[in-house]
Design a protein around this ligand. Structure first.
Ligand code: SF4
Length: 482
């Protein structure tokens, strides 16, 4: 086996999208709103200085030299070899129920899944695959356990990839039969190892070193496939245990050059499962390990898994999709019902494909401050609020109109390809902001405390930042959640 090497692109895969014809790619459709592609320049009307969507200018800071060397194609989607990390999920419907399955595939594709997997436990599911593969907007992986005949049928039905555990399919001959059929059809495989189903001869090792046992099982499967002259595969090691998943994938990535599928088995509910997945997969992805991810959540709504996957990739700046919302944590200076406002903004941003970054500040005490890099933002107050773009005030609006006015500015700017600034309104907004900042100049806000801590740390005087609660009153509190 070769060593792992190569680099990962952190940008999107450009114009390549899935076609039903194996391994081919078709041009991507034109993005919505011509101005909205990553890297698009926006120009301030008055200053003519170039602006970019904030995140478009960003590049990943993470290691790129550990991505898998080998690349496979699932339909037209490249996995490994430096390709963008592919997002996949699995339908939760009875696969043979075509209406329900296709509806769910439509929803996950809409949410941004690059690939979808369907369970194939019965003959009728393998039969249904023909229609699913034909009608699916994204490549389809057939998930097979225990029955190699179903794997053969899934390949014949046109599945773009077969997920197989070589340890539970009935022996080397049956794996060989599937590998031969897959080779003839040009269909790749995912070979997977789960902590709950290790081969018997590794049970003792599993008791003393579960991580070594998982890796040993995966390496044995890799050697089995290589011995069958089949190398068109990706590998997964999955466990319900987050530290073991991290350690096992780190070890495996050093031992094999094949693409890695990452996931935390039975991660849990939308809340706990998302967090576990973010910690486990995020840690590996930050190290440059992992070529495709699936978030396993206990919800019927598979599109929720896709949304979580995207948030992880966006947080690591490995891929871009749609807007990013940033919001202050709120504190006793909060001056309006920010919970409702943030929820409303988040909901409305779901309708946007552009990588626009939107900031929501609970008060204007710190000015625009740390949100000055955002593409658009609002700073709320009791009666009025400010809309800003890239740190520049746009206009002051009544508090009740803040959200609508924010989206008016976003839509207008995206449609025109530039942010237009009415200088008079901008000056009025800046004066309003300056007045609030002046009135609250003495307040120790979280942002000012963070700034003080930062400055002290720079000088090596962290222990000198002593906060006096008397000078940090909550008397400025003007909104209550009660
Ligand atoms: Fe939010 Fe900071 Fe204002 Fe508190 S002081 S409401 S954290 S912006």
């Amino acid at each position: 086996m070769e060593a792992r090497a190569g680099g990962r692109r952190n940008e999107e895969s450009g114009g390549e999208r899935h076609t039903r014809e194996q391994g081919k790619a078709a041009p991507a459709p034109a993005p919505p709103r011509g101005s909205a592609t990553p890297g698009t320049h926006l120009f301030l009307h008055t200053e003519r200085r170039p602006l970019r969507f904030n995140r478009s200018a960003e590049r990943s800071r993470y290691a790129a030299d550990m991505a898998s060397k080998r690349q496979i194609f699932v339909g037209g989607v490249p996995i490994g070899g430096g390709a963008p990390v592919a997002v996949q999920t699995m339908t939760k419907t009875e696969t043979a129920n075509l209406a329900a399955t296709m509806e769910q595939i439509g929803r996950v594709a809409e949410a941004g899944a690059d690939i979808v997997r369907v369970a194939v436990p019965r003959e009728q599911d393998a039969e249904a695959l023909r229609t699913i593969v034909k009608d699916s907007p994204i490549p389809v992986i057939a998930d097979i356990h225990f029955n190699h005949t179903l794997a053969l049928k899934a390949i014949d039905a046109g599945a773009h990839c077969i997920r197989l555990n070589p340890g539970n399919i009935g022996g080397r001959e049956k794996v060989a039969e599937v590998a031969e059929r897959a080779t003839a059809a040009g269909v790749p495989m995912r070979i997977g190892v789960n902590s709950g189903s290790l081969p018997k001869h590794l049970h003792e090792l599993e008791r003393s070193s579960p991580v070594e046992a998982l890796v040993a099982a995966a390496v044995e499967f890799v050697e089995l496939m290589e011995g069958l002259d089949f190398e068109d595969f990706k590998v997964s090691i999955k466990s319900t245990n987050v530290p073991n998943t991290i350690a096992a994938n780190r070890l495996l990535s050093e031992r094999i050059p094949y693409p890695l599928h990452l996931g935390i088995t039975e991660a849990g509910t939308k809340w706990s499962g998302s967090l576990k997945s973010a910690v486990g997969l995020g840690t590996l992805l930050a190290d440059g390990i992992g070529d495709t991810i699936r978030i396993s959540l206990s919800t019927f709504h598979a599109e929720e898994e896709v949304k979580v996957a995207w948030e992880i990739l966006k947080a690591l700046q490995l891929r871009e999709r749609g807007p990013v919302l940033i919001a202050c944590p709120t504190c006793g200076r909060l001056q309006f019902d920010m919970d409702s406002v943030v929820a409303e903004i988040e909901r409305r941003l779901e309708g946007y494909a552009e990588p626009v970054e939107v900031a929501v500040l609970g008060c204007a005490v710190n000015g625009i401050g740390e949100a000055s890099h955002a593409d658009f933002g609002i700073a709320g107050a009791k009666n009025e609020g400010l809309i800003f773009a890239h740190g520049k005030p746009l206009r002051k609006v009544p508090q009740a109109n803040l959200v609508d006015a924010l989206f008016e500015e976003i839509d207008k700017s995206l449609d025109r390809g530039r942010v237009e600034v009415d200088e008079e309104k901008s000056r009025e907004g800046a004066a309003w902001l300056a007045k609030i900042e002046e009135e609250n100049a003495g307040e120790l806000t979280p942002e000012k405390i963070a700034q003080m801590e930062h400055e002290a740390a720079e000088k090596g005087e962290s222990d000198k930042v002593l906060l006096d609660e008397e000078t940090s009153p909550t008397a400025g509190r003007r909104f209550t959640r009660a």
